[in-house]
Write a protein that binds this ligand. Sequence first.
Ligand SMILES: [Zn+2]
Length: 367
Amino acid sequence: MPSLDTIRTAPKALLHDHLDGGLRPATVIDLAAEFGYEGLPTTDVDELATWFRRGADRKSLELYLETFNHTVGVLQERDAIIRVAAECAEDLAADGVVYAEVRYAPELSTERGLSLDEVVAANLEGFRIGMERAAAAGRPIVMKMLVTAMRQAARSVEVAECAIRWRDAGVVGFDVAGPEKGYPPTRYLDAFDRIRRENFHITIHAGESFGLPSIWEALQFAGAERLGHGVRIVDDITVRDDGSVELGRLAAFVRDRRVPLEMCPTSNVHTGAAATIADHPIDLLRRLRFRVTLNTDNRLMSGVSLSSEFAALDAAFGIGLGEMEWLTINALKSAFAPFDERLRLINEVVKPGYARLRAAESRVTLG
Ligand SMILES: [Zn+2]
């Protein structure tokens, strides 16, 4: 079993992480004071961190999403967004993440007059600063942005067009997030069509709190290349008492076509989509060799890092370094960055990194 230190050292890739779900608690407090946001439940760092975690763990996606009022509340100014995005890159790099796609819905930061483009520009500027600082600290990271449209709002076409405008500056794809029930992917077909006609990339939050129809629409109507969570695909898999497994048509399609699943086990436990990590369908899906990737979703609300998520998976299923590397390469194969950039990370960073860790591990065992 690799130690948490080894897991932190291992190169990792992250495809599903929300900018507004990963703020440092101290930064939330600083920004609230600096920009006059008065809604915080407390200005004590530890109490605030606990409040976010407690608020998240209420077994309901709708209640979970409420905690975001405060993080979004302090993300209404250009400098605040830059700071949060820079710290995001630094925090991920310090955790051993070498490639990350972090998503944000620019429409959430327009309350005080910022435009969608100004929000995306600030986000990318923060990533640039964070990447520079991480490289200087000897932990280089490649940061990309996914632009998200919120399901409850009616701005998806506008947001999709904004994502396309910034594609050569660090935005690599488009996502739809928010409450799933009552907001099926087919409501946003105009936005998805716009993205596809530009040969751009789509991932959709689907099959998190809602079942197979959401996954089916995301893939077959909206053209999603990846599924945000996608955990309910297990509803289309039958495991019999004798251990034999039967895949329905949709599950077979997802596995055959290698559709990446952006799985976030701890977040699913908090929203009630799974009872515990040990009960999480990620175990069945990885054993059936679906294209599984491991992700954080919201590091602040769930109190996780990508390393702690790997450690939790290892504690539940004993995945070891071998499967950590498999999950990491899965993520890089599924990333929206250009092929040559992903190949470089796999061959020059990930494979040598795990080879070194395995060698060190066997030295310890032999010693
Ligand atoms: Zn998410």
